[in-house]
Ligand binder design. Structure first.
Ligand code: ACO
Length: 331
């Protein structure tokens, strides 16, 4: 069984309710139909009768709940919650209602916050920033976590590195800049994500263009500090750095560059020093190694919300919904 089939099986074992707010995109209906038929999750689509009729035409919506954001008995509850959550920002009931009607991602997050859904998947026709922002504003981070980051579960074919070709790459999606503290936190969250999705022990490499002091630069110092913070804060995680990518993955290079490291040469969880490196890195592996890249999956949020690539297919949405449902099971 491949990675995503295992995740689907896990999702089916304890069905969660996942909201798809992009009723203006046909892929939403295609995916929802498949998810309902396979029994992966209970699906809620947010849309007006006109949107459903226009974009959902020809799809079988049996078993799928449709919520009309202009005519929903729960709407006042969501407006009140929005105002309560954004009181410090001075959001009024009128502004809350307008935002929810204009941008269904806000509606979906409020359904989660009020206990009417377990997670959200969006981004097939919205940018990452517009997908993530409502979740950051309304759902916030888990207790004790300062920042949300995004990982890709990479499934590399014919690869004997990582966990038989499975890796977590982070942060590839959210934070343009990370300091040492944030990078240490991304390392800990990524270790947890690897364990929960792959089921094996994470071996975390904090990446750089330097291995164990081979180069000197402020960017290298940042990664060295992140390693120190992470090793002190999370002593149970197998974690090392700063490592170049080859030292992290290839045992013979690790022996030369980082002898004695328990992680070098065997890393399965790669933490990048910036969003540029992470985002470019995952796309290189996806395109050149023809890897499956599942994500970006957000980590550190109080409830699961996940983004899609705008080039995604309906099957990609099905996969991300299954991953979101599994995250919801673990909340
Ligand atoms: N973790 C937790 N909270 C955060 C984070 C974070 N990483 N970033 C911002 N926030 C919070 C802020 O504290 C703020 O909360 P508040 O409104 O209660 O005060 C709220 O989110 C909005 O923050 P802003 O600083 O206004 O941030 P902005 O909305 O401008 O940007 C965003 C946040 C959208 C995540 C931005 O950092 C971004 O665009 N990141 C890059 C996304 C991207 O383009 N990724 C690459 C493409 S993904 C791909 O290729 C698959």
């Amino acid at each position: 069984m491949g990675f995503i089939d295992e995740i689907k099986a896990k999702a089916k074992a304890d069905k969660k309710t996942i909201v798809l707010p992009e009723s203006m995109d046909k892929r939403t209906y295609d995916a929802a139909e498949k998810i309902a038929k396979e029994g992966i999750a209970n699906i809620v689509i947010i849309g007006t009768p006109e949107e459903i009729a226009k974009y959902g035409e020809g799809y079988d919506l049996t078993g799928i709940t449709v919520v009309d954001p202009f005519n929903d008995p729960n709407k006042q509850k969501y407006i009140d919650k929005f105002v309560e959550l954004r009181a410090k920002k001075g959001v009024t009931a009128e502004q809350a209602q307008e935002q929810m009607e204009k941008d269904y991602m806000y509606y979906a997050c409020l359904m989660c916050k009020c206990g009417d859904a377990d997670g959200v998947v969006s981004g097939a026709c919205h940018s990452t920033g517009n997908t993530i922002r409502p979740a950051l504003q309304l759902l916030k981070t888990k207790p004790g976590i300062s920042s949300v980051s995004g990982f890709f579960l990479m499934e590399v074919p014919n690869c004997d590195m990582g966990e038989n070709g499975l890796f977590v790459f982070a942060d590839c999606a959210v934070m343009p800049e990370v300091d040492a503290e944030k990078m240490a936190e991304v390392a800990a969250l990524s270790a947890e994500s690897f364990k929960s999705f792959v089921g094996a022990e994470p071996k975390v490499a904090l990446l750089s263009f330097s291995t164990k002091g081979s180069a000197k630069h402020d960017n290298v110092t940042k990664v060295q500090e992140a390693v120190k913070i992470a090793q002190e804060k999370y002593p149970d995680i197998a974690l090392d750095g700063e490592l170049q990518l080859d030292a992290a993955l290839v045992p013979s290079v690790a022996e030369l560059k980082a002898p004695g490291s328990k992680v070098a040469g065997h890393a399965n969880t790669l933490v990048f020093p910036s969003l540029e490196a992470g985002n470019i890195g995952y796309k290189l592996v996806q395109r050149l190694a023809k890897a499956n890249a599942y994500g970006p999956v957000l980590q550190g949020l109080s409830m699961p919300v996940n983004d899609l690539s705008r080039g995604c297919y309906a099957d990609d949405i099905v996969g991300v919904v299954a991953m979101t449902a599994v995250q919801a099971q673990q909340q």
